[in-house]
Ligand binder design. Structure first.
Ligand code: G6P
Length: 369
């Protein structure tokens, strides 16, 4: 097992550090920024159908559901398609409405999650085109779908998903960009810029991983927190949810993820000097709004850790700790902003002496209801 961990203390840490490679494996042969093309072999006949679709429904569970939320922002913004993101377990028992031209996309690392598989079979029986974004080749979900894209993240052993998530988001980005390009809802310039930025992603993830010690030092100060709130807006809202999920899964600290503005409708009541709040405050279209949300938390003495864009100075003055991440296209930001949150949860869990690779009560793949 020590050999399989490749010198890392845990599979989770190894998998976090594998992300530059897993993202580049996921992109390999699929994009060419100079020649300006995207190829998704598995979806050859389906990008046109996606471009013509009236509605896309993502079905998934857990971390894969968070990837679906990122997919919602991507497809809506770039391809101007209506998107819904459903918990597979809710979708399957709700007599869901499926209209002609709807496309249902399952996202699943294992390809074996019982609820996701059942949701997909239900959608198929109602006449939907069903697609899959899976990591495990030949898995049940991959076999039942009409077509799909593999994430090529390699085996993920840690129960808490890390590299599978960034690979899912990479694939969803490719799908949304390809669909938008086909549909003509993005300019050629934007198309090329997005491809360039995707290509740069492994290098930028590597830059964040080099800050692991810095993040570990911050973790030491929050090891004994009993609660955490994670806040973000836009594409960083799903990242906030994922940050909270990671932390609660492996450290057993109660954590909530919220859209930053929605904080006023509840979580703000919890804020005092004992409440750590993680903000994702990168320089994007919601930056100014997030800054004012940070001020609201600081005014109530919350302790703030902010994930910020490289070169940030304004937020630095307001908060307790900042973690800088490289700049990228706003639509691709989640691929970077999630990395420090994975590391933060990992170090806090290790410092609390938790079994990070196999947290209590959780399974890697939930194959029963
Ligand atoms: C379990 C795992 C999670 C995973 C979820 C969905 O809860 O612990 O890490 O996100 O299942 O699994 P899937 O294989 O469908 O992505």
């Amino acid at each position: 097992e020590a050999i399989e961990k490749g010198g890392f203390d845990h599979f989770m840490l190894k998998e976090i550090f594998e992300q530059p490679k897993s993202i580049s494996d996921c992109l390999r042969g699929r994009i060419h920024p100079e020649e300006a093309w995207i190829k998704l072999g598995g979806l050859r006949d389906y990008i046109g159908k996606l471009a013509n679709s009236k509605r896309i429904v993502f079905v998934a569970c857990g971390t894969s559901w968070h990837a679906g939320l990122v997919g919602e922002y991507l497809f809506e913004e770039l391809a101007r398609i209506n998107v819904e993101v459903e918990y597979a377990s809710e979708f399957r028992y709700r007599n869901p409405i499926i209209r002609e031209g709807d496309i249902v996309i399952a996202i699943s690392q294992s390809g074996e999650t019982a609820d996701t598989l059942a949701a997909l079979e239900l959608a198929k029986s109602k006449g939907a085109i069903i697609l899959g974004v899976c990591n495990v080749v030949g898995s049940s979900i991959a076999r039942v779908t009409h077509a799909g894209v593999y994430t090529h993240a390699g085996p993920e052993i840690g129960v808490a998903s890390t590299k599978a998530f960034t690979a899912q988001v990479s694939v969803l980005s490719l799908m949304a960009i390809a669909t938008a390009h086909q549909k003509g809802t993005i300019t050629e310039d934007t198309f090329r810029r997005l491809l360039w930025e995707l290509q740069e992603m492994p290098k930028k993830v590597e830059m964040i991983l080099q800050k692991a010690d810095e993040i570990k030092d911050i973790s030491k100060l929050f090891t004994f927190a009993s609660n955490f709130i994670f806040l973000g807006r836009g594409l960083n809202f799903p990242v906030a949810l994922e940050g909270a999920l990671k932390l609660k899964e492996i450290s057993y600290i109660h954590a909530e993820g919220y859209p930053a503005a929605e904080m006023k409708h509840g979580p703000i009541a919890l804020i005092d000097e004992d409440m750590p709040v993680v903000f994702i405050a990168t320089r994007d279209s919601s930056y100014e709004k997030v800054v004012s949300n940070i001020q609201e938390v600081k005014a109530r003495k919350g302790r703030v850790i902010a994930i910020v864009s490289a070169g940030e100075t304004e937020v630095q003055k307001m908060v307790d700790f900042t973690i800088e991440i490289p700049n990228t296209h706003e639509m691709l930001q989640p691929l970077l902003s999630v990395i420090p949150l994975q590391l933060l949860s990992y170090y806090i869990a290790v410092l609390r002496g938790r079994n990070v690779d196999q947290p209590r009560n959780l399974a890697k793949s939930v194959t029963v209801e």
